[in-house]
Design a protein around this ligand. Structure first.
Ligand SMILES: NC(=O)c1ccc[n+]([C@@H]2O[C@H](COP(=O)([O-])OP(=O)(O)OC[C@H]3O[C@@H](n4cnc5c(N)ncnc54)[C@H](OP(=O)(O)O)[C@@H]3O)[C@@H](O)[C@H]2O)c1
Length: 242
């Protein structure tokens, strides 16, 4: 399917899944407004996309722990477009370590600020542009760690807390924005493989029943959900872990 008529914002698209999604959406025709913590990282992904022959891609700096940076990002996007159709909350710092005492206070603050506060403020800042669309979607990359009772990750407790905050936010937002026509779509993946979409591995990664979830499948889930008619409001994707 073509996403020619979609204007998409993706946070943290300088590397890994955000970059993957930006490249795939641009390949399918979407106009992409991508951010990374540094402008240089965002511009690297933008240039990779341009080299594939897609000129409708824009790069911005956005530090999700900094409210002013999020506001500036939304304002700059707003100077280039009068609407956004899809906001992808992809950015969120990972923190390793199943021992609460193992992380420094600053790392805990940063983990919660980027994932939890950053997601709330990003949606707040982009909501006016989303409400100007006739097909607005908010997509959030949460994690199995944001599912009640989950305990199989070695992520730090602060990461569990950040992902649980995203889940709670998405839950209430989903109900409150529905009357305004905004779908709030959340993904709760366990650890997944994220091959470079520009490498041969993208087409050869095993995707069998015994294999780990792949970013290819996660991209497919997002494209599927966004492409549905508006009566089909897919609220959440959960995945059985291997
Ligand atoms: N990978 C998995 O197995 C997995 C599983 C479940 C859920 N998820 C979720 O899926 C999303 C993407 O995963 P991923 O594997 O691509 O993540 P990742 O490799 O851990 O990368 C995290 C991304 O977030 C960015 N980030 C961190 N702090 C930031 C800040 N303060 N401001 C702006 N950006 C910031 C990083 O930018 P820098 O390059 O500047 O550090 C990076 O682009 C994340 O929300 C993650 O929690 C991932």
């Amino acid at each position: 399917m073509s996403f020619d008529d979609h204007r998409v914002v993706i946070t943290a698209a300088g590397r890994d899944f955000g970059r993957t999604l930006a490249i795939r959406l641009a390949d399918l025709g979407a106009e992409v407004f991508l951010s990374a913590r540094t402008l240089a990282a965002a511009e690297r992904t933008r240039d990779e996309i341009r080299e594939r022959g897609h000129p409708r891609v824009h790069a911005f700096a956005c530090d999700l722990t900094d409210p002013a940076s999020i506001r500036d990002f939304a304002a700059e996007v707003g100077r280039r477009t009068d609407r956004i159709d899809v906001l992808v909350n992809n950015g969120s710092r990972y923190l390793e370590g199943p021992d609460l005492l193992s992380a420094a206070d600053a790392d805990i603050v940063d983990t919660l600020a980027s994932g939890a506060t950053g997601t709330v403020l990003t949606v707040k800042s982009f909501l006016p542009l989303l409400l100007a669309s006739d097909k607005p979607d908010v997509v959030t990359m949460i994690s199995a760690c944001g599912t009640a009772g989950h305990h199989r990750s070695d992520a730090h407790d602060a990461f569990y807390a950040a992902k649980s905050a995203q889940a709670g936010f998405a839950e209430i937002l989903s109900r409150r924005l529905r009357p305004q026509g905004v779908r709030v779509i959340s993904l709760y993946p366990p650890d997944f493989d994220n091959p470079d979409p520009l490498s041969a591995e993208w087409d050869t990664t095993p995707r069998g029943a015994q294999d780990a979830l792949t970013s290819q499948s996660l991209v497919d889930c997002i494209l599927f959900a966004v492409a549905q008619p508006r009566d089909c409001f897919i609220k959440a994707f959960h995945f059985e872990q291997v």
